[in-house]
Design a protein around this ligand. Sequence first.
Ligand SMILES: N[C@@H](CCC(=O)N[C@@H](CS)C(=O)NCC(=O)O)C(=O)O
Length: 215
Amino acid sequence: MLTIYGRATSSNVQLVMWALGELGVEHRRLDYGHSYGGTDTGAFRAMNPRGLVPVLKDGDLVVWESCAILRYLAARYGDGGAFWPADPADRARVDMWAEFGKNELAQAFTVPIFWARVRTAAADRDETSLSEAIARFEDLLDVIDGQLQGQRYLTGDRLTVADISIGHLLFRWFEIEVPRRPRASVEAYYRRLTDRPAYRRHVMVDFSSLRVPGA
Ligand SMILES: N[C@@H](CCC(=O)N[C@@H](CS)C(=O)NCC(=O)O)C(=O)O
């Protein structure tokens, strides 16, 4: 059976799990990483020399890097339609936003904002850096807001790989205690995502176990 190694509280695991849920692929997920450990063993490092989650094992295939896993799942288990189009030009339009999600939005959010707010005690927090990081992330969200004008999802009216790469970040963005500028299209988009059972199940995961005392 297809196996995902990685704890449910990892945002990169969530990205992969959400895709599996949307594609309806049978799978199992094993808790690895953070408080579960298991990523420093020889067996795990033989799968992923970086010692990070998620890792996918599908038959003889082992893949790490969440977006590579996402693209593999979409190509292997998708139907060549909107989610991950067979046509190279249509696919590139989707992939461009998926890259933007991984290389810009996630980089701008996870460590500079989420870690600073949730995984750092208030006494140790650099509030100036956090405010600057929020301002940078807000600018990127403006790009998303513009793209969402007049359409339900990032590249049209159907959910795609681009939405998985970007949308999984929004749960934490809307849950953490930070100031947020109102942004109607992103907020409507987020509500649309929260209506999807696979998003609720795999992305809207309580992250209180990651919160350090005094955060
Ligand atoms: N670029 C990698 C990053 C993977 C990553 O940083 N994973 C984090 C969890 S989100 C991790 O393994 N942290 C250590 C741990 O959970 O033990 C990907 O997208 O898969």
